[in-house]
Design a protein around this ligand. Structure first.
Ligand SMILES: Nc1ncnc2c1ncn2[C@@H]1O[C@H](COP(=O)(O)OP(=O)(O)OP(=O)(O)O)[C@@H](O)[C@H]1O
Length: 273
């Protein structure tokens, strides 16, 4: 899907290479005794072309932040500014694929282009190009029900990329897949994103995924989520899945888990008390 983020500005709070600028962002839900403080305050700058991963315990506000950036949820306080060059700069990929079962694979991938009134011939060509890049060319005329979960998620990724968004927002896109498929899709995403250097904000529970994909990994606290640490995986670009086996990978994974573990325990204690 495509979304219009709030308050598009030119220059992202003045810094030329900042694509997403979040300042003092907070969000709560409900009122009175039922009020849930979901997020923040959160301050964050994401550079143009950066692949930024967010990890954090369940319920710490990761999806809420992504939805705020997408313009689907308004912050209760603070602001998000996008240095946008187009009226619809962001596209989002969800965990549950979010594709329409009654549309063919091609029509699903073309969806955002149809909304933007891209002429049918051009839209078909762009959709087919992305289907080809994600290994789905021969499934263009099939319906999603005929595809495996991994293929359906590829359709969802192709749909988001077909509109060539300035910002790709991905909310645990591989969480519903088995471990083998997940590895394959991680490697494919790495290849696709390194080829065109898109700005990506990627939420995951997997430290391995974050380290493999991210230029930067942000660690969030338990709810209300704030950024408590950030790490820069020391792997040159272009990167391949081979980095998974390097000693530095294991070291940083252990370090991130040490940071995250206390937050997960706090979140779990909060959820059960
Ligand atoms: N629309 C809503 N109404 C009420 N509460 C909400 C709403 N959306 C989110 N919340 C609450 O806000 C908190 C943060 O939710 P959010 O989905 O952003 O967390 P998350 O970090 O993405 O969690 P997970 O990792 O489990 O997907 C949770 O306690 C959630 O129940």
């Amino acid at each position: 899907m495509t979304a219009t983020p709030p308050d598009p500005v030119t220059g992202g709070a003045g810094a030329p290479d900042v694509k997403i600028h979040a300042a003092d962002v907070e969000r709560h839900f409900g009122r009175g005794a039922k009020r849930v403080d979901a997020l923040g305050p959160l301050d964050l700058d994401i550079r143009t072309g950066e692949f930024c991963c967010i990890v954090g315990p369940s319920g710490c506000g990761k999806s809420t932040f992504l939805r705020i950036v997408a313009g689907l949820v308004r912050p209760t306080a603070g602001r998000v500014e996008i240095a946008a060059n187009s009226p619809h700069p962001a596209a989002m990929v969800f965990q549950n694929y979010g594709i329409s079962p009654w549309k063919t694979v091609l029509a699903n991938v073309r969806f955002g282009l149809d909304i933007q009134h891209v002429p049918r011939k051009e839209a078909d060509a762009r959709a087919r190009d992305w289907l080809g890049r994600l290994g789905l060319a021969q499934f263009a005329d099939q319906y999603p029900a005929a595809l495996s979960g991994g293929m359906q998620q590829r359709v969802s990724i192709a749909r988001a990329l077909a509109v060539e968004p300035e910002i790709l927002l991905m909310d645990e896109p591989f969480a519903a897949l088995d471990a083998q498929l997940r590895t394959i899709l991680q490697d494919e995403l790495l290849e696709v994103c390194q080829a065109d250097q898109r700005t990506v904000l990627f939420v995951t529970h997997s430290l391995e995924e974050a380290l493999l994909l991210g230029d930067r990994v942000l660690v969030m606290s338990s709810r209300p989520g704030r950024i408590i640490a950030e790490r820069v995986p020391p792997f040159a670009r272009p990167r391949t899945g081979a980095v998974r086996t390097s000693p530095e990978f294991a070291e940083m994974q252990a370090e991130l888990w040490a940071l995250l573990r206390g937050e997960v325990e706090t979140a779990t204690a909060g959820a059960t008390s």
